[in-house]
Ligand binder design. Structure first.
Ligand code: GLA
Length: 393
């Protein structure tokens, strides 16, 4: 109790000094958002970002932690538009690809899912259909006759309800969305919650949960394109993936079933290797990408939080460590970027950003041998992803 009172007195004093020096606005609140147990580190601010053609307002939330790192998230698609992290000299740069305005994200030219929260089923479902409890469900076929990232209007294209979170680890934002029974062909009303925290140790932590009122399938993930140099090609970034196997695919990137050892193939990232070292090798799997666009089976029990991948960039010293409790990691090397899109003063040319998407394996609803993506009423779907940044000197 004494501690609590002392805490309140300290917060009041800080606010008073804040008001005197700069003016404490309602927008700029403590990272805890005033919620139960929140810390006073960092800040969360909200500003209008634009309007959709039907008039729906989209906001941008800026999370700043106590180390000067910054994340911007828009309510359209739960999209991370900007993520600023320090390099080895303490210089901050945006390490994700993003557009400068809402029109960039809503444009029909944007087929790249920059920074988006993808769902209800991230990645591909073969032939745009699956059978659950003996019933066949048909989905929108938006990718060569298959369903990619939840259909024509996936979670990346809806406006999420936002409120400040109450994490003790740093400033946070809570996004929620109700995906109605039958939306994009999927069964069950799905209540989704995504909590984004910019922790004070420079990690972007994403906690996804979902519940349903009917049996359904769920696979949520994050689709940020990272570039640890803040610009240019990603081919010199070094990648390590904690995996001995991939799930091989056909020419449309749909798993053909079973697993394949990475041994002796360009998919062996057990030791840190440059993305560009083997990307153009004459390997059929690689040519389907063309480049890396595959699922790695992570060497750890499913549901257990652990390191999946580590990426380093020598010129800036930036290091990204990707952890999650999911069974798979889709590593995509930005093969479909072609320079027609851009933002932040540069063009997103081929292989100028890479995605590390912790998730279930592609096409799991049609692959009984893969870990199940089914969610039943009474259960809670969970995926926690941590993108942790640091520097190697
Ligand atoms: C995913 C897919 C890629 C590509 C991108 C978006 O990561 O696996 O094939 O479709 O999204 O361009």
């Amino acid at each position: 109790m004494m501690h609590q009172m002392f805490g309140y007195a300290a917060i009041m004093a800080v606010c008073l000094v804040g008001v005197l020096l700069a003016g404490c606005t309602q927008q700029e609140q403590s990272g805890g958002g005033g919620g139960g147990g929140g810390s006073s580190k960092g800040s969360v601010t909200k500003a209008p970002y634009g309007k959709l053609s039907d008039g729906t307002a989209v906001d941008v939330y800026t999370l700043k932690n106590s180390k000067g790192a910054e994340a911007r998230i828009i309510t359209y698609g739960g999209t991370v538009t900007y993520l600023s992290m320090p390099d080895k000299d303490g210089k901050f740069s945006d390490v994700v690809l993003g557009f400068d305005n809402l029109e960039g994200y809503t444009s029909t030219n944007n087929t790249a899912y920059f920074g988006a929260l993808v769902g209800r089923y991230g990645n591909r479902i073969g032939k745009a259909k699956f059978t659950l409890d003996g019933k066949e469900y048909t989905l929108p076929a938006n990718n060569n006759g298959n369903t990619l990232h939840g259909g024509t209007k996936g979670f990346d294209k809806v406006v999420w309800t936002a409120k400040e979170g109450s994490s003790t680890e740093g400033p946070s934002l809570e996004l929620t969305y109700l995906s109605k029974d039958g939306e994009q062909g999927f069964p069950g009303n799905l209540n989704v919650k995504a909590v984004y925290t910019l922790t004070d140790d420079n990690a972007l932590k994403l906690e996804y949960t979902a519940t349903t009122d009917k049996d359904t399938v769920v696979n949520l993930t994050q689709h940020s394109y990272f570039n640890l140099a803040g610009k240019g090609s990603i081919l010199d970034h070094e990648v390590q993936i904690m995996s001995d196997q991939t799930t091989p695919v056909d020419a449309q990137l749909i798993p053909t079933g079973g697993y394949k050892s990475v041994d002796g193939t360009p998919f062996d990232f057990r030791k840190p290797t440059k993305i560009g070292a083997r990307i153009d090798d004459k390997d059929t799997q690689l040519q389907y990408g063309p480049g890396y666009d595959h699922n790695w089976v992570i060497n750890k029990p499913m549901g257990q939080m652990g390191l999946m991948a580590r990426v380093t960039e020598a010129t800036t010293g930036r290091v990204l460590e990707v952890s999650s409790d999911q069974p798979g990691l889709q590593f995509y090397s930005g093969n479909f970027l072609d320079g027609t899109l851009g933002g932040n003063g540069w063009k997103f040319e081929k292989r100028t950003g890479f995605c590390m998407e912790p998730q279930h394996y592609p096409d799991s609803p049609n692959r009984p041998e893969f870990p199940s993506t089914e969610l039943k009423p009474g259960e809670t779907y969970k995926n926690t992803i941590i993108y942790k940044f640091s520097v190697a000197k």
